[in-house]
Design a protein around this ligand. Structure first.
Ligand code: SAH
Ligand code: SF4
Length: 369
């Protein structure tokens, strides 16, 4: 790799967004030296503070069910995994979880599940979204993460009151994408879905996994450029964590060294993305917390500004194991919420209570900022 001067690169990136080359992004992602990591993360954190203050926004995730029509090779709830007990929350349980989010003043929810394509499901989600709007007098930010759907379905859910949609592209390297999915899963279709979501005027969220087998730092740099090209508003990136019941994770033990390397890469991706894109929302994901107890706080200090506490009823958590070691802490109780808040305060940040926490990038596009 060519010689880079870290100080010069960071100074430029801090002042001017989109000012890093692909090679420079790959260089930042590759950093390992502790003092260089400290400089990378703290500079990205400065940019985060400039755009969204010393404030963290919460989105309570509600994992509605683990039935999925897809068979992604990395995911623990893929269709072919017979070792997962399948569950689907009933409407009442979901409504209770939505109410809990309102009571906890989280400001914004994410309804997530495996990919289900049916008119019945489309109507059901429409109803839930309307209900969540009514329950909060339209104040609650509503995000959906329900996979690839048709333009019509996306439009109906948007019309029902959903504001945001999360659909990770997983990797922007098409060849790698093809190795991670069965032949009938299409990268082009994913990208088409992201365009449709934009067409429907969602705040569009995407992202990738880092540390995938065969993935290079150059691929990850390409992923950040892809987010820019697609004009993405919100980014949810996380380390890939093997699951033993999947084709990709079958023989990969999660050793401490492996976890540490995944965490380093995950944090560097957050920083490089913040330094390149500046005003997007970036989530410090649960997968970071699966690798280190304080992983999410470290994600904030590396440039993320969103945390997504799990607000599903604890009894259903075990069924939603996308990856191994997924934290199943009950973040619904006041005690654990207070604990999370204390951790965030301990790093000098406050919480955006009752606010939707809309991506500044989206507001700028709409001339509202
Ligand atoms: N079915 C929907 C939403 C649920 S999956 C969808 O696919 O969009 C949400 C995310 O979980 C996926 O986008 C993927 O990035 C992540 N995920 C799945 N398996 C994972 C693993 N083994 N390690 C880390 N993240 C994983
Ligand atoms: Fe289904 Fe999403 Fe898992 Fe793929 S990543 S198998 S679409 S839940």
């Amino acid at each position: 790799m060519a010689k880079f001067d870290l100080g010069t690169i960071l100074e430029r990136a801090k002042k001017e967004r989109h000012s890093l080359s692909r090679n420079e992004l790959a260089y930042l992602i590759s950093l390992k030296d502790p003092s260089e990591l400290e400089l990378l993360h703290s500079t990205a954190y400065e940019v985060k503070v400039r755009h969204s203050g010393k404030v963290v926004s919460f989105r309570g995730i509600i994992e509605m069910g683990n039935y999925c029509s897809k068979d992604c090779f990395y995911c623990g709830i893929r269709k072919s995994n017979r070792n997962t007990d399948r569950f689907e929350l009933d409407e009442e349980t979901i409504i209770r979880a939505i109410q809990r989010n309102i009571d906890m003043r989280y400001g914004s929810i994410v309804l997530q599940s495996g990919e289900i394509i049916s008119e019945k499901n489309t109507e059901y989600i429409e109803r839930l979204v309307r209900k969540a709007g009514e329950m909060s007098d339209g104040k609650l930010g509503i995000t959906l993460s329900l996979g690839e759907q048709s333009l019509e379905t996306y439009a109906r859910w948007r019309a029902a009151g959903a504001h945001r949609y999360l659909l990770r592209v997983e990797t922007s390297n098409r060849e790698l994408y093809a190795r991670l999915h069965p032949a009938n899963h299409s990268f082009e279709r994913r990208v088409q879905c992201l365009r449709w979501l934009r067409e429907c005027d969602y705040q569009v969220g995407s992202g990738v996994m880092s540390g995938l087998p065969g993935q290079t730092d150059d691929d990850l740099a390409g992923d950040i450029l892809f987010m820019h090209e697609m004009d993405i508003d919100m980014i949810g990136m996380g380390p890939y964590i093997p699951h033993h019941d999947t084709p990709l994770g079958r023989d990969v033990p999660l050793t401490p060294e492996y976890a540490e390397e995944r965490l380093r890469l995950g944090l560097n991706m957050i920083s490089a993305t913040r330094l390149f894109l500046h005003d997007v929302n970036i989530a410090s994901t649960t997968a970071l917390q699966a690798l280190a107890d304080d992983g999410r706080e470290r994600g904030i200090l590396a440039g993320a500004n969103v945390i997504m506490p799990n607000t599903t009823d604890t009894e259903y958590r075990r069924g939603y194991q996308l990856y191994e070691n997924k934290p199943s802490l009950d973040e619904n109780t006041e005690e654990s919420r207070d604990n999370l808040v204390a951790r965030i305060k301990s790093i000098g940040e406050t919480i955006n209570w009752d606010q939707q926490g809309t991506s500044p990038h989206y507001l700028v596009r709409h001339g509202k900022l």
